[in-house]
Design a protein around this ligand. Structure first.
Ligand code: HEC
Length: 120
């Protein structure tokens, strides 16, 4: 989940900076991370990871994908918040309500450019 947390944060800074190719890439990586979690730990500590995943994050992920394709900052922010709520929904369902995800306020790394090339 640590890698997923970093993807989530990078996705935010790519999206709010209008770097749509990077946002699409980070979203793909985030999906892969979640898929791997479901594949390698379908039942982790009695938590039905696979079924929780489809229950909580499938819709927010497809909304985010659409917002990135339409390059809409407002739709992006809205669906990003829905994704964070979905992360938290699954945490709560897994008895981990104390793990609470929100919009990041500072970049996760300082050695990567989030602005699109034209704006650097
Ligand atoms: C399938 C349900 C599920 C979904 C969806 C999910 N998580 Fe988690 N997450 C868990 C579980 C279960 C744990 C606790 C793992 C453990 O007990 O070791 C966890 C732990 C975490 C942690 C704690 C790591 C730490 O050590 O502080 C973070 C951060 C996290 N998740 C981020 C996210 C983010 C960001 C998303 C959404 C993009 C997300 N998770 C979506 C189930 C989920």
């Amino acid at each position: 989940m640590g890698a997923i947390q970093t993807r989530h944060s990078k996705l935010w800074f790519a999206g709010i900076n209008g770097n749509w190719p990077l946002a699409a890439y980070e979203l793909d990586e985030l999906k892969e991370g979640l898929d791997d979690a479901a594949e390698y730990n379908p039942e982790f500590k009695n938590i039905q990871v696979k079924s929780l995943l489809s229950q909580f994050v499938a819709k927010p992920l497809s909304d985010l994908d659409a917002s990135i394709k339409s390059k809409s900052p407002d739709a992006f922010k809205k669906s990003f918040d829905l994704l964070s709520a979905a992360c938290n929904g699954c945490h709560a369902a897994a008895g981990r309500a104390f793990i609470s995800i929100k919009r990041p306020t500072t970049v996760p790394v300082t050695n990567q450019r989030f602005l699109p090339p034209a704006d650097r």
